[in-house]
Design a binder for this molecule. Sequence first.
Ligand SMILES: [Fe+2]
Length: 160
Amino acid sequence: MATLDPMVQFRDDHRNVRDGLLDIMDALKAKDVGKAREILGGLDTLLGPHFRFEEEALYPTLRVFLGEYVDELLKEHDGVIETSRSCAALLEKDSLTDEEAETAAHAARSLLVHVSNCDGLAILSERLKPAELDELGAKYEGAIAAGVSMLQWAETIRNR
Ligand SMILES: [Fe+2]
């Protein structure tokens, strides 16, 4: 039996990502590129197992409720990965122009929308059976133990 409650972990991840994105927006406002880069790196680490859990375990399980809408969720992930990739490239610079800082802050805000949308899946997951939730917990644990960052996973393991 899994020791991890998948929905507690799922929502905790979202809270951490929400806070990280808001902190990135603050850092960009203060023109602290180093800090924004560091926070984005932390989010990349956290989001690898999270996205992997969602795509390999949660989304297939939720297909029973959501049907083809699951494909939209996958497309949304494509967008998040693309945005994170360009944001990470931008933040590799030592300093940003006003326009670049604005672009990065806009990207962080668009990711915030995904966090809010994704957290809504928790209400559907409440209708899953205990055995399904247990299985999700085990898969979440596996993804966390594997510890592959989001961008790394997208490049090497994710098949899209
Ligand atoms: Fe999520």
